[in-house]
Design a protein around this ligand. Structure first.
Ligand SMILES: [Zn+2]
Length: 410
């Protein structure tokens, strides 16, 4: 958005304040550290009612971003923070932060100085982000380099995990031996979590499937890890809840998934791409609904598939319209004539359908002539892997989880 000079100066003056210094000025109670955590300044919490929520809001002081897990306010920079917390528009937010009114005149030297400072601040922020990204990719690469080849035969942990998920890949691999080379095995991999003081706690140690994420040029950009426990119904490790009842995920990415894909299978002359969020759902469609000339890629998460939503001046998001300024989401390769996005059948309230629509609109604008389709979920609250598991059970392929087979399961 282009602003008239006096408003541009007002904005730049506001940007001299960081989210953290605004929090300090506003006397919000946040824990010390890089990630400062505390009650949400917007939705609060009531300890008298036994509510837990003293850690639902956080400010990342390095990225200058904020987030509330409950009311969902999130964004970058102090102006957005004040807009969200005080429920005001852009200009009033700048006025609140600077203590000046928008119509106050400003001399041009001062305006130029503020513009320089804002520019410096912005490039510093970008550089910090870039450094962090490179460091995470290096760490992901280190894990990837320590992994082992998967032997797709009975007895191998990853083969058995796939069998629990109803996915017997043997006949597929007999036809296409180059498929699934992006999947590797990491025995007894640590599941670690960063503490507020920057150190790490190891929460669990278990076998893991590691998938290599590739950027649009085919270069490694992240390690996607799935911790497994073959005694569980879906073969996934169950982790204890984190502080404040926070759910811990059995899937994690080290590196970046933005713009990336786990290229499960790409035939020699592809023209169609089937993209799902998860590895298991995408492999399910690859095995049970295989089509020639078609690549099957897992796109890691729905935000990568969708890209950012368009935000109007009124601050309302239009969920099914893409923000074309966002260059951090997946773009289908040039050979792709038809793009199919898998609907994972997330329950009511999830915005998955809008997100997929947005992602396809985005792809069509970036690749004119491309056709985009949503493949509807196989059933209400059911994803393609649920369907594959049911199918495998019916035809007697696949495996019951080890615990169930031993009669030890529930
Ligand atoms: Zn909140």
């Amino acid at each position: 958005m282009t602003l008239p000079p006096h408003l541009e100066a007002l904005k730049n003056e506001a940007l001299r304040t960081t989210c953290e210094s605004w929090a300090i000025r506003s006397r919000w109670y946040l824990s010390p550290g890089i990630e400062r955590v505390g009650p949400c300044p917007k939705c609060g919490y009531d300890p008298k009612k036994g509510e837990r929520g003293s850690d639902r809001f956080s400010i990342n002081t390095q990225k200058n971003v904020f987030n509330c897990r409950r009311c969902g306010i999130k964004g970058e920079g102090v102006i957005r923070l004040v807009m969200e917390v005080r429920d005001v528009d852009f200009i009033p937010a700048c006025e609140i932060i600077t203590g000046r009114t928008a119509d106050e005149p400003i001399d041009s030297d001062r305006a130029a100085q503020l513009a320089r400072e804002a520019e410096q601040q912005k490039s510093k922020q970008i550089e910090i982000g870039e450094q962090k990204r490179r460091k995470a990719i290096r760490a992901g690469r280190k894990i990837w380099d320590s992994t082992h080849k998967v032997h797709w035969e009975p007895g191998h942990e990853i083969f058995e995990y796939f069998m629990v998920r109803g996915l017997d890949v043997r006949s597929f691999l007999a036809r296409f031996p180059d498929a699934l080379t992006c999947l590797r095995y990491a025995p007894m991999l640590n599941w670690a979590e960063q503490r507020a003081d920057g150190g790490y706690d190891i929460i669990a140690k278990a076998d893991a499937m590691v998938a290599g994420i590739q950027d649009p040029d085919g270069v490694f950009c992240g390690a996607h890890r799935t911790w497994i426990d073959l005694t569980q119904p879906k073969g996934r490790l169950i982790l204890p809840d984190g502080p404040g009842g926070k759910k811990r995920d059995t899937k994690k990415v080290l590196g970046t998934q933005k713009r990336g894909a786990i290229r499960l299978f790409t035939p020699p002359n592809p023209r169609r791409l089937v993209g799902g969020e998860g590895i298991e759902t995408t492999v399910s469609v690859m095995l049970y609904g295989f089509e020639p000339d078609t690549a099957y890629w897992a796109l890691v998460n729905s935000n990568n598939m969708a890209g950012r939503a368009l935000r109007l001046e009124t601050r309302k998001f239009v969920q099914d319209e893409p923000d074309m300024a966002d260059d951090e989401a997946f773009v289908p390769p040039e050979w792709c004539e038809e793009l199919f996005y898998l609907d994972d059948g997330d329950g009511p309230g999830s915005k998955l359908k809008e997100k997929l629509t947005r992602g396809l609109r985005r792809a069509r604008r970036l690749r004119p002539g491309l056709k985009g389709f949503i493949v509807p979920a196989p059933g209400q609250g059911q994803d393609f892997n649920d369907a594959a598991m049911a199918m495998a059970a019916e035809i007697g392929s696949g495996r019951a989880p080890a615990g169930v087979a031993n009669g030890a399961g529930t």
